[in-house]
Design a protein around this ligand. Structure first.
Ligand code: DC
Length: 222
């Protein structure tokens, strides 16, 4: 199976670019952030805050998480319910970042991610795919952009969805998440030694996609 790992900070365009890349290659696109978001949702539904004080292992033992591909699109099911849309709010983002720092949560999601990659050609995106989840991936890309550019892009997405947020709020959230994601003890966000750096600060969407395609083509010798 061919595995393409794409890591990078929030708002770098990982999901939209990875999805299109996977389409082109006819691979499955796996958005691992959605899994952390669903786990985060479970904890917030139970009344936990981002401090996560309580018995994390007990909650996970009572959590059924499932990922299904419906018409090629990933849907995430939490305890039997499709939560794919509920996990896309700013509050869910912060909760996902909080749970993702917990070793129990990372261990809970590791095999699920590896099993999908073992059985399918995948473009998998996240924070630790090239470093931890798929260290032997055929192609590894570290996708990034300047934090202000990323905040602008995320603001646009949220406004289009009708969320009431300002640029300053989005920028601040993004800085907090960048810090949390890259400073946690376990599987922090960082570029794998053998990953190719793709900086899209000065590229539009089409340009970014072209860049990724050319990296992948070189990487798999297509
Ligand atoms: O990519 P995203 O914004 O949907 O990810 C949500 C959070 O999940 C993010 O703050 C960090 C965490 N995450 C992670 O730690 N490891 C991954 N492979 C994917 C996401």
């Amino acid at each position: 199976m061919i595995n393409v790992a794409i890591d990078g900070p929030a708002g770098a365009g990982k999901s939209s670019l990875s999805r299109l890349l996977a389409n082109k290659l006819e691979y499955i696109y796996v958005d691992t952030g959605a899994l952390y978001r669903a786990v985060g949702l479970k904890f917030s539904n139970l009344g936990f805050t981002t401090e996560l004080v309580g018995d994390i292992a007990a909650v996970l033992a009572d959590t059924a998480l499932d990922i299904r591909f419906i018409d090629g699109a990933q849907r995430v099911f939490l305890d039997g319910n499709d939560v794919s849309d509920d996990i896309r709010t700013p509050a869910a983002s912060m909760m996902a970042s909080a749970v993702s720092a917990k070793p129990e949560v990372r261990a809970f999601l590791l095999d699920m991610q590896r099993n999908i990659a073992k059985r399918n050609n995948v473009v998998m995106d996240g924070r630790d795919i090239g470093t931890v989840v798929l260290p032997d991936a055929d192609v590894k890309i570290f996708l990034t952009a300047d934090v202000k550019v990323r905040a602008e892009r995320r603001l646009k997405e949220l406004l289009e969805k009708g969320e009431k947020v300002t640029f300053e709020e989005v920028l601040e959230d993004m800085k907090v998440r960048d810090y949390n994601d890259s400073h946690r003890d376990i599987a922090p966000l960082k570029q794998a030694d053998d990953a190719v750096l793709a900086d899209t600060s000065d590229l539009d969407f089409e340009g970014s996609l072209e860049l990724l395609c050319s990296i992948v083509q070189k990487g798999i010798g297509a």
